[in-house]
Design a protein around this ligand. Structure first.
Ligand code: SF4
Length: 135
């Protein structure tokens, strides 16, 4: 699909500098002004043609002490899939133990994006074993 002619102001969110970008689309070609580096150009073009976001959320964890597990995508997902992915994340019920970085949903809709655990949670028996080992 060809992007129609337009011009948009936006702030680059790739790094903390926050350059103010002007992204213009003319005859299907996007150009970026105001960026201090190449990453800003890539961000501006992508934002106007195919925006993506990293998704963070929590899901259910089968552990009475820690009932919620923070999760995040390992790369940015096309925005049109975000609501659907959140609905899927909210149906998860993850058993313990879980390790930071464990893949909970792999290659979502063939996008190459994985949903990963954003923290580790040990099972009670693992914790008890560690306490015994220290005694
Ligand atoms: S254009 Fe480059 S320097 Fe500016 S905010 Fe984006 S990444 Fe940072």
């Amino acid at each position: 699909m060809k992007t129609k002619d337009q011009s948009r102001e936006m702030v680059c969110i790739v790094c903390p500098v926050g350059c103010r970008l002007t992204v213009t689309v003319k005859d299907g070609e996007a150009s970026v002004e105001g960026n201090n580096c190449q990453r800003g150009e890539i961000y501006g073009k992508e934002e106007i043609t195919a925006p993506r976001r990293v998704v963070t959320a929590t899901c259910s964890l089968r552990d009475p002490e820690h009932p919620r597990l923070p999760v995040r995508t390992d790369t940015a997902l096309p925005v049109e899939y975000i609501q659907e992915l959140l609905a899927e994340i909210y149906t998860l019920s993850v058993p313990v133990p879980v390790v930071l970085g464990d893949v909970l949903i792999g290659n979502y809709r063939e996008t190459g994006v994985n949903v990963r655990a954003a923290r580790s949670v040990r099972s009670r028996s693992d914790e008890a074993d560690q306490v015994k080992a220290r005694i």
